[in-house]
Design a binder for this molecule. Structure first.
Ligand code: NM2
Ligand code: OGA
Ligand code: ZN
Length: 381
């Protein structure tokens, strides 16, 4: 046998496959789960690995009749009443068993490196445009996106539309009513306060759109005004501070959903979502907040007072100086951030001089897919 034996003993107890691992741990795998995860060619397409049956096609009274190791060390299981043979490699069982390995998770606060102002004493994550096509650069940039929620690309050619070229190197553009790309500069009669010289408080973009664009890019083409600094706040860190300071306020914002809305002459976008969203383990997975776009607040009458207490507390936490990193984008800088986690803001800027950013949206699914692929490749050498 050329593979390392990971399993000391296998047995069947109470319709579960019980594995005593060499390292002293144990697993107990339910018959139905095991049959459903059969890896044989009649259960999975050989080429793409996709499952060929529905769980309803399995008999409801599945049991494990027999289990043994073959000469290669694979675990062979006979299921009744189908008399079905499934062969599992030991490695597959070890990396998939549900009692030792937790579920895949890339959105939760649990797997992120939460940060605040003093977390970046050695600088923020920067990538140079010249190396953007290299796998190692993409891997480290996208790891920063997953772990910290943002990175900055420097020396991006200051050519109109370049932000879309950057997206095309990593994923797909998320087109919206603002266009495939949007011009962030002072306009006459703007449909959005982003298109003025006003300062903007900490916010996430488009909370009135469901699903929200999950990644935002801002590419600086011109920057000669006074002010107009960029500010970032880790929304997950802010939400965790809210929870530490007042758990009830935190609960209030996760459980009372509100409406956001954006309207102009051609558009009426509406959503009903929580400001802070949790997963099934009560971990923070998403923040949505833009004070400019909150529609009439309608929460149950008996919740209104506590809602306002929590909402006010939250709006104060996200503006704390100790949470903010502040920097000025120079011409050629491109800021990319997770719009479900990192809140952004800007300081007001002078009317003299010019400030022109081109913005666009993309989504985390495509970027994380590339990251997962690059990680697998670098892991396998
Ligand atoms: N812009 C820049 O989500 C928002 O309304 C913020 C978005 C107009 C695409 C501004
Ligand atoms: C935006 C925005 C920030 C800036 O366009 O969504 O928040 O720096 N702009 O102008
Ligand atoms: Zn914005």
């Amino acid at each position: 046998m050329d593979t390392i034996d990971l399993i000391k003993k296998i047995s069947i107890i109470d319709n579960e496959l019980v594995i005593d691992w060499m390292d002293g741990s144990n697993s107990s795998l339910y018959s139905f789960w095991l049959r459903d995860h059969c890896q044989m060619p009649e259960s999975r397409n050989i080429d793409n690995g996709q499952r060929l049956f529905s769980v309803k096609d399995l008999p409801s009274d599945i049991s494990i009749e027999k289990v043994y190791k073959d000469e290669l060390g694979n675990v062979c299981v006979i299921f009744q009443p189908e008399n079905h043979l499934s062969v599992f490699s030991q490695e597959w069982l070890r990396s998939n068993c549900y009692d030792l390995k937790s579920h895949f998770e890339d959105r939760s606060e649990k797997i992120k490196k939460l940060w605040q102002k003093n977390s970046f004493e050695t600088g923020i994550p920067l990538i140079n445009y010249d190396s953007i096509n290299e796998s190692d650069t993409k891997l480290s940039a996208l790891s920063s996106l997953r772990d910290l929620g943002f990175f900055v690309i420097t020396d991006v050619p200051t050519i109109e539309g370049q932000v879309l070229k950057v997206i095309s190197k990593m994923g797909y553009t998320r087109e919206t009513n603002y266009g495939a790309l949007f011009e962030v500069r002072t306009e006459v009669n703007p449909n959005n306060l982003a298109y003025t010289n006003m300062g903007l408080g900490s916010h996430t973009d488009n909370p009135y759109r469901d699903p929200v664009p999950t990644v935002q890019l801002l590419h600086c083409l011109e920057s000669s005004t006074e002010g107009g600094d960029s500010i970032l706040v880790d929304g997950f860190k802010a939400a965790s501070i809210l929870r530490d300071e007042n758990e009830e306020n935190f609960q209030t914002l996760t459980s009372n959903w509100i409406n956001y809305r954006f309207t102009d002459s051609k558009t009426d976008l509406r959503s009903r979502v929580p400001m802070i969203e949790l997963n099934d383990n009560h971990e923070i997975i998403k923040v949505r907040y833009n004070n400019r776009s909150i529609d009439t607040i309608k929460v149950p009458k008996d919740k209104m007072r506590s809602f306002y207490m929590a909402y006010r507390h939250w709006s104060e936490v996200i503006e704390r100086d100790e949470l903010k990193i502040q920097f000025k984008l120079s011409e050629g800088d491109l800021l990319l951030f997770d719009n479900t986690r990192v809140m952004h803001a800007r300081t007001k800027f002078s009317k003299n001089g010019r400030r022109h950013l081109q913005g666009a949206y993309t989504d985390l699914d495509g970027l994380y897919s590339l990251l997962n692929t690059l990680e697998k490749r670098s892991f396998n050498g």
